[in-house]
Design a protein around this ligand. Structure first.
Ligand code: ZN
Length: 330
């Protein structure tokens, strides 16, 4: 009788224990995999981790550690006119924060610093003192508080695509349409950098510009890059646009015996963009250029134009970066 009782007791215990053991094991497994997943997702966006960034001052070579958002005040005030709409300044803050974190997480170009203050290399940055010296006295405080508000109201937020910070390229004026990174620089594209259109950019001074050179200057400038260059201005079809990008920039142009990319022509003649017309005049070559900058990602004047049309910073950012989300890292 005792034996039977012990058997029953054991069976009952087993019945309880087995599910408990299995559940525990599964819960533990779940906890581990959740921890692993969250490590993957959360670690790169730990705001505390990027609290201090190392900024290289290119003029002096000095590296300064700054709070991320303090640094961003200098970026936004260096990159975008303070008289732009508040929502455009917020979009710029979000883009600059994302760009900074992308640079840090994807490897800096600089050995001892996360980022530098040169807009041709990383992104522009200006100290508050230098910024103030370039503003009229009566507008200093109001301009600065506008920029502080833009950075603070987007505090902790960055732009992500499939959970990762995006390479948030931006430029001054798209001339009405942006381009993919591939169209401008070749190589593989980022899915969030597509060609998009914006209205109203033609009302900004950055929209159009001209460059005129004598035919001799034109030839010698190209020869600096291609010593084998030759052109016969008397012959037909010596300058011919062969291909445009989706965003209406020049992809390939035939000049004399060369086929050049629009980006290279932009570099050779220091044009504001690769969206240009080229005219042969009697003695000169004249470029009529539309837009300012490479044309990839957010257009700053486009952002301001959208803000004037009533769009908020999230709508602006999502217009320029296809399929992205804005997340809070705090
Ligand atoms: Zn740099």
């Amino acid at each position: 009788m005792k034996k039977i009782l012990i058997y029953i007791l054991c069976l009952v215990l087993l019945c309880f224990l087995i599910p408990i053991l299995f559940t525990k094991k599964n819960t533990l497994k779940q906890a581990i995999s959740l921890e692993e997943e969250s490590k993957d997702i959360i670690e790169p966006y730990d705001y505390g981790k990027y609290n201090k960034i190392k900024l290289l001052h290119t003029a002096t070579g000095e590296v300064e550690a700054l709070d991320l958002d303090t640094y961003l005040l200098g970026v936004v005030s260096g990159e975008m006119p303070a008289n732009f709409e508040e929502e455009a300044l917020k979009a710029q803050s979000l883009v600059a924060r994302t760009y900074t974190i992308y640079k840090i997480t994807n490897g800096s170009k600089h050995e001892n610093a996360d980022i530098c203050d040169d807009s041709n290399c990383c992104q522009a940055w200006i100290s508050k003192e230098d910024r103030f010296s370039r503003w009229n006295e009566e507008e200093r405080e109001s301009n600065w508080s506008k920029i502080e508000n833009a950075v603070n109201s987007t505090k902790g937020k960055i732009i992500v695509y499939e959970g990762k910070p995006i390479n948030a390229f931006f430029h001054s004026n798209s001339g009405g349409s942006t381009d993919t990174a591939t169209a401008v620089w070749g190589g593989s594209n980022y899915p969030y950098l597509q060609s998009v259109q914006t209205s109203g950019e033609d009302s900004y001074s950055q929209y159009s510009s001209e460059v005129t050179l004598s035919k001799e200057e034109f030839v010698s400038k190209i020869k600096e890059y291609h010593s084998d260059f030759n052109i016969d201005f008397k012959a037909d079809n010596q300058i011919e646009i062969l291909e445009y990008t989706e965003g209406d920039r020049i992809k390939t142009i035939k000049i004399g015996n060369l086929n050049l990319s629009g980006v290279e022509v932009r570099t050779i003649f220091k044009l504001k963009s690769a969206k240009f017309q080229i005219n042969i005049e009697e003695n000169n070559i004249k470029f009529n250029v539309i837009g300012y900058g490479h044309g990839v990602g957010m257009s700053q004047t486009g952002a301001d134009s959208m803000a004037k049309q009533g769009k908020n910073y999230e709508e602006i950012v999502k217009h320029y970066y296809t399929g992205v989300e804005i997340i809070d890292m705090m």
